[in-house]
Design a binder for this molecule. Structure first.
Ligand code: C2E
Ligand code: MG
Ligand code: MG
Ligand code: MG
Length: 288
């Protein structure tokens, strides 16, 4: 009869919920063990000057290689780490590892590290960043912290205070994924950013859509006027490269120039002057 029909459905539903909850718990438990099990690694992706094609620095990108799940993308595990409060431990590990590795690079290139909004809001942020810098011996000027627009939505005074303190230490600040959040152009003059990273979604369409081109051109211009470095994220084609170079974008990052690679695969070119060709990267050819 109707009643048992209904409760049967409720049972199936309940067991699906149960399965999902179990899977969620097991994912969280695995993530908590990932660091100890040596499943985490930092990959580095080059950022190059559009005109000279010299490497300016590398962005540190966290990778999780799970023995059974395979490679889990950061878009899946970072939010979980934030929810279960693990992001502080993971974030500190990324920062410490990236700073220690960068301190041993033969050239004084920058290392960019992503900072979760949860980390950014932590009371201990400055303290732990300074401690890590001191322990690694990395010049603070070589560290660039990437934050997203979402931190600007918080209480502005605290945000400004934190950014000002980081700047006082000598650290560079980059605004990541610019143009995708809800902050206005006004935030660019309210906060002390050194760099604007133009989001990949605009770069994807920059050669095919006038609106995307207009935005890239505008942000580059505003950045230049405000004395900030602009970098185009997600450059995959020669055409996109030519396009952002044409509007005066200072740096590029993307698969065309180089995919993220483990630290062991970073080849540190000595100096561009030592090379026969200034184009050190596979796939990157000269564009007028
Ligand atoms: P993001 O900081 O904007 O990093 C750039 C993302 O774009 C990276 O994805 C990178 O692999 C990818 N990418 C770079 N060039 C290209 C390209 O030409 N084409 C395409 N399609 N993609 C490109 P990934 O490594 O999967 O990281 C995704 C996001 O996860 C990052 O976006 C960042 O928000 C977050 N993330 C990564 N590592 C960390 C970390 O250590 N801490 C925190 N808090 N977040 C991290
Ligand atoms: Mg980033
Ligand atoms: Mg980005
Ligand atoms: Mg992104």
């Amino acid at each position: 009869e109707a009643k048992s029909f209904g409760s049967g459905h409720a049972c199936v539903f309940q067991s699906q919920m149960q399965t999902r909850l179990t899977e969620k718990k097991s994912f969280e438990a695995d993530l908590k063990q990932a660091l100890r099990n040596g499943e985490l690694e930092i990959f580095y992706q080059p950022q190059v000057n559009t005109i000279t094609r010299e490497i300016c620095g590398y962005e540190a990108l966290l990778r999780w290689f799970h023995p059974k799940r395979g490679q889990v993308p950061p878009s899946e595990f970072i939010p979980v780490a934030e929810n279960i409060g693990l992001i502080h431990e993971l974030g500190d590990w990324v920062l410490r590892t990236a700073c220690m590795e960068a301190a041993r690079w033969p050239r004084l290139l920058k290392v960019a590290v992503n900072l979760s909004p949860v980390q950014f809001r932590s009371r201990n942020l400055i303290q732990s960043v300074v401690k890590i810098l001191t322990q690694s011996g990395l010049d603070p000027n070589r560290l660039e912290l990437e934050i997203t627009e979402s931190v600007l939505l918080d209480k502005n005074e605290q945000t400004l205070e934190t950014l000002t303190q980081l700047k006082a230490v000598g650290i560079q600040i980059a605004m990541d994924d610019f143009g995708t959040g809800y902050s206005s152009l006004g935030s660019l003059r309210s906060f002390p950013f050194d760099k604007i990273k133009i989001d990949r979604s605009f770069i994807r369409d920059v050669t095919t859509r006038e609106d995307a081109f207009a935005i890239v051109e505008l942000v580059t211009g505003v950045g230049r006027s405000l004395g900030m470095t602009t970098i185009a994220e997600g450059i995959e084609t020669e055409e996109q490269f030519a396009c952002v170079k044409q509007v005066g974008c200072e740096q590029v990052q993307g698969y065309l120039i180089g995919r993220p690679v483990p630290a062991s695969q970073l080849d540190h070119p000595r100096q561009v002057a030592d090379c026969d060709s200034p184009f050190e990267y596979e796939g990157l050819i000269d564009v007028k």
